[in-house]
Design a protein around this ligand. Structure first.
Ligand SMILES: Cc1ncc(COP(=O)(O)O)c(C=O)c1O
Length: 471
């Protein structure tokens, strides 16, 4: 019998009468179609995504997930260090098998995963780790928590992959580089062939931040098996969620595995079972809760089928969007698969009759128009990470630091100022019909592009520098 899904079913019935999708040629030429007749919702017209369309739901919690949690609560083994506790080890075995690696160590969060992975690789005081300028701040915090310093590389220019540029990483590397830390941003593996080659030349390990890329493939291998050690987040918004906080570390290296097990548990040798309480190295408590492990293992049972359904819905959505002039959808280079944790869409001002300085204004105008239509676009990251006060080079004035960031990380700066994102909760496995309504909204807005252009020119939006200055 199929599991009961505890999620409201998603009505997508609200398509307006006579409001079939515009054709691609309509969208390109701006030829009015039936839908184009509709006034933008921003100006009082009907929404392309009717209010009765439920927004995405994530995570989806089934009866099986609830039973898994209940099983742990009733077992009395509530802590990973409880003698006889089995849930954590079972999750580790399942994820190691899924990722096709020898070892997996489950931990308290994605940040903890990065922290202990870096320490297991020997990163410490005086070391530098190369991190992309476009990522969640946790990536750089983990480096500093390990005692090192994050140095930044730009993302690849002009590719719409948003992952670390191997050329920029090579420029950022120096004699103190102790590791590379690429991020498989939004679900797409970074260019690991080039980054592994660079790491080989530098003789340093590669720590993958795969927090957003569970199950992604690069030349037939899974994220988490592409470098020296892989790190995943189980945050409830992630593609493989838990009910709270959690993370996973993967590696093929037996010695690293032993260090990871110690680093998760006060430097002790036994993560579960009888403890000696003898610390073999300094470390904190980074253990995952058995309840969290059991919930994730239950989610893992349908992880691949969820991913396949999500792929179908998102492909159909992107097939429509990629025909809109000037709008660039994310690109997965040959040999790499995207797991669609976040969808980043980039309107290019120069292809849309605007000057480059209108990039932020264009994003803001589209943001307003699309949200009015019912599309929950947002900005994921509001400033390049090296511009955040916590990560700026020491001894530079704010103005000098921001100029330096603009010059050194132009692709990241353009991505944060210019692109629009749809996030996990709007991309759940059954979101296909809802995404079709979002596509209707994009096509409708594109048919009113004169107004968007005027808005972009007349209302300059604050870019990342202004956002940072305002604090
Ligand atoms: C790229 C990236 N790295 C690291 C993390 C940190 O994971 P967690 O929130 O589980 O600590 C996140 C989570 O949002 C992330 O997106």
């Amino acid at each position: 019998m199929s599991e009961t899904t505890r999620t409201a079913s998603r009505p997508v019935s609200g398509t307006e009468p006579g409001a079939g999708p515009v054709t691609r040629s309509d969208a390109r030429s701006g030829t009015p179609s039936k839908r184009a007749g509709a006034e933008l919702a921003l100006l009082g017209g009907p929404r392309a995504v009717p209010k009765d369309c439920a927004d995405g739901v994530w995570p989806i919690v089934t009866e099986a997930d609830e039973q898994a949690v209940l099983r742990v609560l009733r077992s009395g083994q509530l802590n990973a260090a409880s003698p006889g506790e089995l849930e954590v080890g079972r999750l580790e075995a399942s994820w190691a098998q899924t990722t096709e690696v020898r070892h997996c160590v489950a931990v308290a969060s994605g940040t903890a995963a990065l922290h202990i992975a870096l320490r297991a690789c020997g990163v410490g005081p005086g070391d530098e780790v190369v991190v992309p300028a476009l990522t969640m701040n946790a990536t750089a915090h983990a480096v500093h928590a390990a005692g090192g310093t994050a140095v930044f590389a730009d993302i690849e220019p002009d590719t719409y992959t948003y992952t670390m540029d191997p050329h920029s990483a090579a420029e950022a590397a120096g004699p103190r580089t102790a590791a590379l830390l690429p991020v498989h941003l939004h679900g797409l593996p970074a260019d690991m062939a080039a980054l592994n080659r660079l790491a080989g030349r530098l003789d340093v390990p590669v720590v993958e931040d795969a927090a957003q890329a569970h199950g992604a493939l690069h030349d037939g291998r899974r994220a988490g098996a592409l470098g020296t050690v892989g790190c995943f987040s189980l945050h409830p918004h992630k593609n493989l969620p838990t009910c709270g906080e959690g993370g996973l570390v993967t590696t093929d290296d037996d010695e690293l595995h032993e260090q990871l097990v110690r680093l998760r548990n006060f430097g002790e040798l036994t993560p579960t079972g009888a403890r000696t309480y003898i610390s073999h190295r300094t470390a904190l408590n980074a253990r995952i809760a058995p309840v969290a492990a059991a919930f994730t293992r239950s989610q893992l049972a349908r992880f691949h089928s969820d991913a396949r359904r999500r792929e179908t819905g998102i492909r159909a959505f992107l097939d429509r969007l990629e025909h809109l002039p000037g709008l660039h959808v994310p690109r997965a280079p040959a040999g790499r698969t995207h797991t669609w944790h976040i969808l980043r869409l980039m309107p290019e001002p120069e292809e849309l009759g605007l000057d480059p300085q209108h990039r932020a204004g264009l994003r803001a105008a589209l943001h307003r128009a699309l949200r009015a239509e019912g599309v929950p676009v947002s900005q994921w990251q509001v400033a390049p990470l090296p511009a955040h006060p916590a990560f700026r080079p020491a001894g530079m004035s704010e103005d000098a630091a921001l100029d330096w960031v603009a010059e050194r990380f132009p692709a990241t700066a353009d991505a944060v100022d210019g692109s629009l994102c749809l996030q996990r909760r709007h991309l759940d496995p059954d979101a296909g019909p809802l995404l079709q309504r979002y596509a209707d909204a994009f096509e409708k807005v594109w048919q009113h592009f004169d107004l968007i252009r005027r808005m972009a020119r007349s209302r300059p939006a604050p870019g990342w520098r202004e956002v940072l200055r305002r604090g």
